[in-house]
Every structure is written in C-alpha cells, then in structure tokens.
Write a protein that binds this ligand. Structure first.
Ligand code: AHN
Ligand code: ZN
Length: 329
C-alpha cells in the first residue's frame, strides 16, 4: 500500500518533548552582550600589582587573597574558598587558597572560567632581576582582572546575564614550578582542586586566561586545548574573529601542549578546557620577552588586549543557549 491510512504521518505526535541537549537547545531571543570595560579591568589589574608579587607564604599574597574574595563577593552570588597546604618542588610547604565565585549557582548547565592569581617566586632570567619575585602584571594579574571584570559586567546586566551558570575559579600556586623541570611542579592549586573538588558541580567546558594583558599579545590555538576541547577552541576563535579581534586570535594551531592549569583540569578533572595564552612560535622563547622576568610590570600591559579577550568571552557566554528545561533563579 503506497499511502498510509488516515491520521498516519511520519512525524511522532505523542506530545512528548524532545530531550534538550547541546544539539537541541531551547531557543530564546538573544540578549545584548554587555560592553567589557577595559578601564575597569585595568583598575583591577593594578590593584593586584600594588600588593607586590603574590608569592605564597608572603603578606602580599595573603592581602591579595582577601581583596579577591571581597571583589568576587560583590559580583557573584557565592564565594567558596579552598584552603590547602601543598609542598613545592623546593620542599617548601605552601599555604594556598583557590578562590571560586559562582554566578547562578543553582543552574545545572555550567561553564568554568579560570586564571591563576599567584605570581612567580623567582625570575628565571634578567640582570639584576634573576631570582627575584616576579610582579606578574601579565603573568597572573591580567587573567584575574579580565575574569573579575566579566563578573562585574554580568552582575550589572539587568537582563540576568548568560543562560548557563558561571564558575569563576582563581587558582593559586600555578607558577611555583621548576624551570625546565617536571610539569607537575607547576599548577599546584589546580592539581589540588582537581583531586579534591570542593563542590560536586560539573562544567560543560572550561576557559583558562593566562597572560592576556600584553601589548601585541597573540593567541594561537594551543595544543592541549585542540586535543581536549576542539569545539571550545572553535567557538572562542570564531567569536573573536566575528568581533574583529583576528589580529590577536590566530587561526593556527601550536604543536604540542603548554603546561598550564587547563592541562590538569582536562586530565584530572575531566572538564574539556582551553587555554588562551600569549605564545607565539615565531618568538625566540614563544612567550613574550617580559615573561618570568622583572619586566613583567604595568609598562607591558595594554588595556586593548584585555578588551579583546574580555569582550570575546562575554560574547561566547551570551551566545550559549539554554540547555536545562528551565532557567533556575
Ligand atoms: C611552563 O613554564 C612549564 N609553562 C608555562 C605555564 C605558565 C607559566 N603560565 C604562566 N606561567
Ligand atoms: Zn608564569
């Protein structure tokens, strides 16, 4: 029989709702993306640098943690601090603090944004700076500044912000590692966090910001990011290009992974994560010239770079569809 009987169609008509998923999201009218305020981000960057190097076990480190907790409390709905003791490769015991602020903590679909807030205890190069603590205007403070400014922009947005819940996690002791030594000597805060999760939250994906403040910064598609979270690389780089930031976000992949917090978040916490990091394979060291030197100071920071990264991340967050059945408060 060529034709079906009356009432038969090829479509299901049971009235069942299809399962919502990333391929089948609830489509809501998109909200305007807030403007990322680079001047405000600069103020947050400077406030960190003014404490001095944020090296674990120092008073500057302690005071900066209090500042970050205070700021995150203003712009998020809940702050969770994970205090821990870890042992550095030098044998020194470090008192560390991983600091997390949650936006819409009850939503099940979540995205994690992270950066490290400590700065390196000893410069690797430079005369006379070698061996001295690094100020970390770029290497540390820049990523934190962009994340706090994103939190502030969302808090001020009367539309309620992006659909997913957001977890902003500031990791400690990323940079207390052995130059030329084992990768595991770095990223002590994120490794501890991944092995001792303070909350049973799951994240759909993660984005790490590391060294996102320098003049002439360039962000290639980093190796571990492409391996573990190619769809997130694609999403972020295409948002950046759409906004006109293609001069920062290069459409080319780096060979091999960079050891950074996202590596451990991928491998130990199983959250597909990318790293936006200033590394150019055509430079002598890949990293910028001020990297791990006494010159990692405000002179090398350009608010235009903070803007390119912050506006791109806001765009990505606001483009995310609703994946849950409804928006929890
Ligand atoms: C290493 O130097 C092994 N990795 C670079 C990760 C890093 C250091 N990011 C900031 N500081
Ligand atoms: Zn570093």
């Amino acid at each position: 029989m060529a034709c079906g009987g009356k009432g038969e169609t090829s479509e299901t008509s049971s009235g069942e709702q299809p399962e919502l998923s990333e391929n089948n999201p609830t489509v809501l009218p998109s909200k305007p993306v807030p403007v990322f305020d680079a001047d405000s981000a600069m103020d947050i960057l400077k406030a960190q640098v003014e404490f001095g190097p944020r090296v674990p076990n120092t008073s500057a480190h302690k005071a900066c943690a209090e500042y970050l907790i205070r700021e995150l409390k203003k712009w998020t709905s809940g702050v969770i601090v994970q205090d821990a003791n870890v042992v550095a490769y030098t044998g020194e015991g470090l008192k560390i603090r991983n600091i997390m602020g949650q936006i819409h903590p009850n939503r099940t679909d979540r995205i994690m944004l992270f950066a490290h807030w400590d700065s390196r205890p000893f410069a690797d190069r430079g005369n006379p700076g070698k061996g001295k603590p690094v100020l970390g205007a770029d290497d540390g403070a820049s990523g934190v500044a962009v994340l706090l400014e994103i939190a502030r922009a969302i808090a001020r947005d009367s539309s309620g912000g992006p659909a997913p819940g957001i977890d902003i996690v500031l990791f400690d002791a990323e940079d207390f590692g052995d130059a030329g030594g084992a990768p595991e000597t770095y990223c002590l805060g994120s490794q501890y966090w991944a092995k001792n999760r303070p909350l049973p939250i799951s994240s759909r994906y993660g984005i790490l910001l590391d060294m996102v403040g320098a003049k002439d910064a360039v962000f290639y598609q980093e190796g571990a990011s492409v391996t573990f979270a190619p769809h997130v690389v694609q999403k972020v780089w295409s948002a950046a290009h759409k906004l006109g930031y293609g001069n920062y976000f290069k459409m080319a992949q780096l060979n091999g992974p960079i050891t950074d917090d996202h590596y451990f978040i991928n491998t130990l916490a199983n959250i597909p994560s990318i790293d936006i990091i200033n590394y150019d394979p055509t430079r002598p060291m890949g990293f910028p010239g001020h990297w791990h030197t006494e010159n990692d100071n405000l002179e090398n920071i350009d608010p235009a770079t903070l803007k390119a990264v912050g506006q791109t991340i806001l765009q990505v967050l606001y483009e995310e569809p609703v994946l849950g059945r409804e928006l929890e408060p």
